[in-house]
Design a protein around this ligand. Structure first.
Ligand SMILES: O=P(O)(O)OC[C@H]1O[C@](O)(CO)[C@@H](O)[C@@H]1O
Length: 406
């Protein structure tokens, strides 16, 4: 199962009562059945699913889909695209031009139903879908939102869209195991039962009964290093398809811990790419960070390095080795070099990159995050700081409207 290691002894901390997140992964059976039914319908009638959402309303799904989909192709012929996570008019315009050549379903996901980016995007896309699919458009849009509240809920009721519910007490960054994550993941051809099964296994392994378990040890180690003066954690992986899992992790820890002027800054690197970009700083720059190396041992495909007669590039000594073996060795080299450079190196290792282990890992991180925030004595579930930019942007937009109308 998941193995966490850190060579230096760490302090054990006593923690007050932890908030319970165990039920976050208990999506009711009737909803799972509905999700699989809709996913199958999408695959029958479309070759693109457009997921509209921002932050926790798309990062979890995108993380799992990227991690569990082969490079350069899809699992089942359905391409999942994303919108409503930026405010680029160019992106939206060019997206619509692309959609013109495809058969499209839309899943708009917003718990509050009023976040600016997805709301604006949905307004544009709704009009597009209505223009294109006319009286059939209603079937092409699935809304995932709160059970009762919010403008998106009202639109869904008015238009008769199918609705999936994000439970009121599960916040966006913790919602990947709810319909917010599960519909896009299922539509992308990933086994949601294996994904949930992995999370449920993690729930057992990381229970509060034994604080020697990896989730507590990871949280204690981070907190220990934070108290020693480290201000940044770098999550590092060696597989490009984990990039979006990094983004999800960044939001999870950043929004949960970064408040009241506390918290580790969560940053991520993709190796070996970033060793040739930011590697210099990590090895030798300001000593502000520790590093967490994330590694999946078994990957589904690999390729061998060929021998050549002339050996002009002098790489014959690696002939016959596989690329993944060399990648794994580079991980060990990074760990040794960075530790020598004064960067504490933590390791998280999982047996295989698949839906089960990704579900397991995501619950591990969620649990460790709640423990970490509790140690810091901050609320793991709110994000009051995000409101400041929204307020300023709204003031400016209102001013702009006044200018336009005068
Ligand atoms: O699902 P919603 O309500 O649109 O929120 C999306 C994201 O926006 C935030 O509220 C921050 O603005 C995140 O916490 C959340 O994941």
């Amino acid at each position: 199962m998941l193995k966490f290691s850190y060579p230096n002894a760490i302090s054990q901390y006593t923690i007050p009562t932890l908030p319970n997140i165990d039920y976050y992964i208990d999506c009711p059976l009737d909803q799972l059945i509905e999700i699989e039914k809709i996913a199958s319908e999408i695959n029958t009638n479309a070759n693109v699913l457009l997921v509209i959402g921002v932050g926790g309303s798309f990062l979890g799904a995108r993380a799992v889909i990227d991690a569990c989909t082969p490079y350069f192709r899809t699992n089942n012929g359905l391409q999942v695209l994303y919108a409503g996570n930026n405010m680029s008019g160019t992106y939206l315009k060019q997206l619509i031009t692309y959609l013109d050549t495809k058969e499209v379903y839309v899943n708009v996901i917003s718990k509050s139903g009023k976040t600016m980016e997805p709301a604006l995007t949905f307004r544009v896309i709704k009009e597009y879908i209505e223009r294109r699919y006319k009286d059939k458009s209603r079937h092409r849009i699935i809304v995932t939102t709160d059970r009762e509240n919010g403008p998106l809920k009202q639109i869904a009721i008015k238009e008769g869209y199918r609705q999936l519910i994000i439970p009121i007490d599960i916040g966006g960054r913790y919602s990947v195991f709810t319909p917010a994550g599960l519909l896009p993941i299922a539509a992308a051809g990933i086994d949601i039962h294996m994904f949930l099964h992995g999370a449920k296994h993690a729930r057992l392994d990381f229970s509060n009964d034994n604080i020697q378990n990896a989730a507590f040890q990871y949280a204690f180690t981070r907190y220990d290093l934070y108290n020693q003066g480290y201000s940044m954690e770098l999550l590092a992986s060696f597989e490009p398809r984990l990039n979006k899992l990094h983004e999800w992790w960044k939001q999870l820890f950043g929004e949960s811990e970064g408040k009241e002027h506390k918290g580790l800054y969560p940053s991520t690197v993709n190796y070996s790419t970033d060793l040739h970009a930011i590697g210099q700083f990590i090895q030798d720059g300001s000593r502000i960070m520790f590093e967490t190396l994330l590694h999946f041992k078994e990957l589904e495909e690999d390729i061998a390095i060929p021998f050549t007669l002339e050996d002009i590039d002098q790489l014959n000594y690696l002939g016959g080795s596989s690329m993944n073996q060399i990648n794994a060795t580079s991980k060990d080299g990074v760990a040794l070099a960075h530790a020598l450079g004064g960067v504490p190196v933590l390791k998280i290792e999982l047996p295989k990159l698949d839906a089960y282990n990704v579900g397991y890992l995501m619950f591990f991180f969620m649990k460790a995050c709640v423990i970490s925030a509790t140690l810091l004595q901050v609320n793991p579930f709110d994000q009051p700081g995000v409101e400041a930019y929204k307020q300023k942007m709204n003031e400016l937009l209102q001013e702009n409207i006044v200018t336009k109308t005068n």
